[in-house]
Write a protein that binds this ligand. Structure first.
Ligand SMILES: [Zn+2]
Length: 415
């Protein structure tokens, strides 16, 4: 039995028009976006999103870390809201769909409920999380992490970008440091629609992915300290070149990925920076960022342990000092069985083929799963290409997932 007399259907043109407006804000390489968190384009996109939500009758609040909540009231405002959303920030070479489809399908949910004049007992909230990508301020998903109590607010506001600008100051600069407390309130359920960021749905010709679990992941940032010296006269056996130490870590991370390749593991060196990083001089400082992911949490832990062993060897070989500045991790077995089943059943009820799938990327849903029953819906992206300006999704293949989201969330709010 369902509470809706007939299934909700998104308005395809209206939904895709919002995606196209977003695709014009913060244009990066051809076809892509460079809407990095809290830059001026992020502000413009936030302003546009807030305007759309207010026009749809929502009350908009912004919390102290810039998360935006657009609330469609329920008949009983004392009930916790059903929340849907994702993120509007992108990577430096990001696509037009990563995160964006999840937020804008939340907007389409509210607009569709309005069209049908459907009142729900529970409020419905659309959320756009701050700095999901971590492209500018590390770590990723920092603001949903604060919402879920995984990170302290002050610590998160103190994160700095490469130019030393604080996340909190940048929120002030763009006018999005709100006064609502971060988290500390009940959420009935959280649903996040996202492009798959992998090739499985596209290859299978199936449009709806029922996300059953995630990959376990560990991310690390290591600081490497050496000593500057002249590249000519300084003897090899006295060198403490931080670039060499950090490079050993990069190779080790990649080698670990290959050791677990057969079982789907990934080891990544994603970032190396050094100082002075100039010709003619050894660098005395470097920083390495990498991550390790595996479907099996025990093997993800083993990959991290192997990396730490490799780090000890790199200390000996490079004669540099190394210390872990930061470590973040998430576990996979987090999504709610009832919410997963609701996504799967809704797809079937709408006559849509779906497949169960694991999420290999990190998502705000991982943190939300700590505080509310949570599930995710994946939609296809061409060849799985993402974090790349060639990321590509179509209305035709996104719409089935959007319709699943609309109906799952509406049914939940109608309870
Ligand atoms: Zn994303």
């Amino acid at each position: 039995m369902t509470a809706l007399s007939s299934p909700l259907q998104a308005n395809p043109e209206r939904f895709w028009q919002t995606v196209e407006v977003s695709a014009g804000i913060g244009v990066g390489r051809p076809g892509g976006l460079a809407r990095v968190a809290l830059n001026d384009d992020d502000r413009r996109m936030r302003d546009q999103f807030v305007q759309w939500c207010r026009e749809a009758g929502c009350t908009v609040t912004v919390d102290a870390i810039g998360n935006i909540f657009a609330r469609r009231p329920g008949r009983d405002e004392s009930l916790p809201p059903v929340m849907v959303g994702s993120h509007l920030d992108t990577q430096v070479n990001g696509g037009r769909y990563d995160g964006i489809l999840g937020v804008l399908s939340g907007l389409e949910l509210v607009r569709t409920l309005n069209d049908q004049g459907i009142e729900t007992p529970r409020p419905v909230e659309i959320v756009s999380w701050t700095n999901e990508e971590g492209a500018r301020f590390s770590p990723p998903m920092v603001a949903s992490g604060v919402f879920a109590g995984a990170y302290a607010l002050d610590w998160a506001l103190d994160r700095t970008d490469d130019d030393g600008r604080r996340l909190g100051d940048e929120l002030d600069r763009i006018g999005y440091r709100g006064d609502a407390p971060v988290g500390q309130r009940p959420v009935d359920a959280y649903f996040e629609l996202h492009i798959e960021q992998g090739p499985l749905l596209d290859a299978a010709g199936i449009d709806v992915g029922v996300v059953t679990h995630g990959y376990a992941a560990h991310g690390v940032i290591v600081e490497v300290t050496g000593e500057t010296a002249h590249t000519g006269p300084w003897p090899m056996d006295k060198r403490r070149n931080a670039i060499v130490g950090a490079s050993m870590l990069a190779v080790a991370a990649n080698d670990i990925g290959w050791r677990y390749h057969d079982s789907g593991g990934k080891g990544t060196a994603s970032r190396l920076v050094a100082w002075p990083n100039k010709p003619g001089i050894l660098s005395d400082w470097a920083q390495f960022t990498g991550d390790f992911r595996h479907e099996d949490p025990a093997r993800a832990d083993a990959m991290l342990a192997e990396f730490r062993e490799a780090m000890a060897q790199a200390v000996e070989r490079s004669k540099c000092e190394m210390r872990e500045l930061d470590h973040w991790s998430w576990r996979p077995d987090i999504f709610d069985a009832d919410c997963i089943a609701a996504v799967r059943d809704t797809a079937a009820r709408l006559g849509l083929a779906s497949m169960d799938i694991a999420s290999q990327a990190g998502h705000d849903a991982y943190f939300m799963a700590r505080v509310a029953p949570t599930a995710m819906i994946f939609t296809p992206c061409r060849d799985g290409i993402t974090h790349n300006n060639h990321e590509h999704a179509t209305l035709e293949r996104s719409l089935p997932g959007v319709n699943v989201l609309l109906n799952v969330a509406a049914e939940r709010a109608l309870r």
